[in-house]
Design a protein around this ligand. Structure first.
Ligand code: ADP
Length: 403
């Protein structure tokens, strides 16, 4: 079964076409950028063929997705013969609020639900809806599935997800912790358990998704019990350009002193902070690693802050779960940056974490156990694949449909 996975942003569309056969394969992937702006770019990467790039005006998502279809069936760059070979579409949806606890087949109620959550993810959910409506037009009758970044965390207890603000604001606006990166946390925990032959439903696991955005999740007996991102994806760990947790009083002080509006504060906490803000150099760990090696004090500070925060969250989640069996690192930094993994895991022997430094130093972008055989807690690097999760959830839901 061929499944098209779409991640529609406000001015971009990321896509992957999967053949979900016995050995699942990516047939093609690509990206459209600058939708609604002049000189939009389509970059199409068919597996086993040369990639190609076109620059043209793409005014909206329907035109964009239509171009994706044309690329997929193109006589030279294409990977399928007819559009009808696409049997289902899986959409990444950023926010499912409290309504969506799992992936769902999209119908009118689901579309209304996604729209209702738009308040909670104003940059993302309206764009996802545009993508869904465009696919309805371009692929009439083809089932579509929504896979939410938030749904895995819907198992958190109320005392974990509530904020200590007047209760009426929860009732009025549903202000609470939601958590994000759910598909990735679930996927890497499952994959690590498969590799280690562990029972996820009888284990205490912490997963660290460390990319441009970063979050950490406590998974007890297969369920997310706590996660570091909150009402928005700015909370928790220090990220490339996001603050992570911060005293809200400091922001009020800054708003006053620097005369910052709501959008000014938004820009500060999302775009100007994180390791980029501290180092005054870069949001990319590779740049910071190089600068730190050359003795740059702000790069060293940023890296120390980054790993210390993760260490603290691990400690908190071990306390909350009363133990830990498995620690997983994933995403760009978690998969590739051995030195950050080492900084996090050093000095955690008390908790039963013993990293095998020789192995850790060599692991880049592959699934691997990096703890010593004597380590009570297993530590693994696992490569994440959120698109694959979306494709498999879509397949599972669509296969149950009776035509
Ligand atoms: P996104 O959240 O955009 O999906 P990724 O998971 O791709 O992000 O992670 C991107 C980050 O991963 C980069 O900003 C960079 O800091 C880090 N990264 C990628 N490759 C390496 C590497 N070889 N060494 C250290 N850090 C890396």
């Amino acid at each position: 079964m061929n499944i098209l996975v779409l991640n529609c942003g406000s001015s971009s569309i990321k896509y992957q076409l999967f053949d979900m056969g016995d050995d699942t394969r990516v047939l093609a992937k690509g990206l459209i950028e600058r939708i609604g702006i002049t000189d939009s770019i389509l970059t199409h990467r068919p597996t086993g063929k040369d990639p190609y790039k076109v620059v043209l005006d793409i005014p909206d998502h329907t035109v964009g997705i239509n171009l994706v279809m044309e690329a997929l069936v193109h006589p030279v760059h294409g990977v399928i013969k007819k559009i009808s070979e696409i049997k289902a579409v899986g959409h990444r949806v950023a926010h499912g609020g409290e309504s969506f606890k799992e992936s769902v087949l999209i119908d009118n109620d689901v579309k209304r639900g996604i729209e209702k959550c738009a308040d909670l993810a104003p940059l993302h959910n309206p764009a996802h809806l545009k993508g869904i409506l465009s696919c309805e037009k371009l692929l009439p009758g083809v089932p579509q599935v929504a896979v939410f970044d938030t749904s895995f965390h819907q198992t958190m207890a109320d005392y974990v997800y509530m904020y200590a603000i007047p209760y009426e604001y929860y009732e009025k606006y549903r202000i609470r912790k939601y958590g994000f990166h759910g598909t990735s946390h679930k996927f890497v925990a499952e994959k690590a358990c498969r590799i280690l032959n562990m029972d996820m439903y009888n284990s205490k696991i912490i997963t660290c998704h460390l990319g441009n955005g970063a979050s950490i999740t406590a998974i007890e007996n297969g369920k997310s019990t706590d996660t570091s991102m909150g009402f928005t994806p700015v909370d928790g760990l220090i990220m490339g350009t996001r603050t992570g947790e911060i005293d809200p009083g400091a922001l009020l002080f800054l708003a006053d002193k620097e005369e910052l509006s709501v959008s000014g504060i938004n820009n500060l906490i999302n775009k100007k902070s994180g390791v980029a803000g501290i180092s005054e150099l870069s949001s990319d760990m590779r740049d910071l690693g190089e600068a730190a090696d050359e003795g740059n004090p702000k790069a060293i500070l940023a890296l120390n802050m980054y790993s210390y925060k993760i260490k603290k969250f691990i400690g908190a989640y071990v306390a909350a779960m009363n133990g830990l069996d498995l620690l997983v690192f994933t995403a760009g930094i978690g998969e590739n940056d051995f030195s950050t993994r080492q900084m996090i895991c050093t000095g955690m022997e008390y908790m039963g974490i013993e990293l095998d430094e020789d192995v850790n130093n060599k692991v880049k972008g592959k699934d691997m156990l990096i703890s010593k055989p004597s380590s009570k807690v297993k530590v693994m690097v696992i490569t994440t694949d959120e698109e694959l999760v979306i494709a498999s959830d879509t397949q599972t839901i669509v296969e149950k449909l009776v035509y």
